[in-house]
Design a protein around this ligand. Sequence first.
Ligand code: RFL
Ligand code: PHB
Length: 385
Amino acid sequence: MRTQVAIIGGGPAGLLLSHLLHLQGVDSVVLESRDRDYVEHRQRAGMLEQGTTDVLRDSGVGDRLDREGLVHHGLELRFGGAGHRIPMTDLTGRAVTVYAQTEIVKDLVARRLADGGDVRFEAEVVDLDASAPSVTFRSGGETRTLDCDYIAGCDGFHGVGRTAVPGLRTYSREYPFAWLGILADVPPSTDELIYAHHDRGFALHSLRSPTVSRLYLQVSPDEDIAAWSDARIWDELAARFTTDDGWTLREGPITDRSITPMRSFVAEPMRHDRLFLAGDAAHIVPPTGAKGLNLAVSDVTILARALTERYATGSETLLDGYSDACLRRVWRAEHFSYWMTTLLHVDPAATAFERRLQRSNLEYVATSKAAATSLAENYVGLPLT
Ligand code: RFL
Ligand code: PHB
């Protein structure tokens, strides 16, 4: 078997890369260890930067996004019993869109298959060679080798791609909390996202559609999900979102629940020989800044351009600059995600002094146009140049 670019992982990074390469006449094979149904229903991200929606739309996979995506021009910071709106579009001229990662993955899988793309599910990569490029994978009880010119490691945080980079430098931080996320069949109680800071912990009200809400609660990293009945989840959410003016949270049947640990992680460089890492394979952010999926999209957009240039002209200049170009965006998103996380969560080990500093910072962001603009500029994302 042979292709130009072997792509490990059929998450948003791998699927979008394969699609962008196809548009430029470059062949690829996507090898995904899980089955299609699993990949299309894994509940994750929901907030897309304008740069991300532009890439999807410009590459012809934005029709359903344009019909069903919910464009947001602001967000609410809620603390001390009151809401404070950050008018993102007024401050930056840009907007964000709520459209679930599950739907992006469905749109990309459908498009790759309609275009005759080679996307293999239940095909787990077990080995790779970054110098004489090839990947070895198991599928249907057989072990096969795929030869290629380049390998894209789009296989997420727990994948094999990163393990093939010798001398990798890694940077990481664990947080003393996790997120319990739910999906509920109930119309959202808000039009814009609410990021709430409360003495009981952080809570986030997001949404998926006019009839489906997505909510998150800060919990401890070793929390047992079995200890969270529906009633306990709704009571805790209501307590953390409470306001002095009697705002109420609508409740409904919970259809999905999971606990996600929070970490920051960066691996450098994002390239070794003919292997290029992209998305969660190379970096993780805590979800508070909504950056993970957006970084995966910007990485593969940069990689697709570099591979296109290589095949069109023979030049490796953009490929040589790939890691540095990505890491500049990555570190900005790392800082912002860390900052949003520490601004809004309750650290059980924080001193009284640190708690007062945190409250002062929240008040500053809520009342200073300069501070709010800084938050908004990072939240809507840097333009993809
Ligand atoms: P993925 O999605 O993890 O896909 C990697 C794929 O590789 C497969 N794989 C393998 N395939 C073949 N052989 C192997 N050996 C393999 N090993 C692994 C896996 O099965 C998988 O299908 O990585 P990718 O494509 O880089 O995409 C990254 C995003 O999924 C991630 O950054 C976001 O979901 C993060 N995230 C958010 N990002 C945002 O931009 N906005 C958000 O609002 C947002 N909210 C979130 C989030 C992540 C969350 N969780 C659960 C981590 C909210 C949550 C709760
Ligand atoms: C989501 O809708 O899942 C979501 C939105 C914003 C975040 C994280 C997750 O910061």
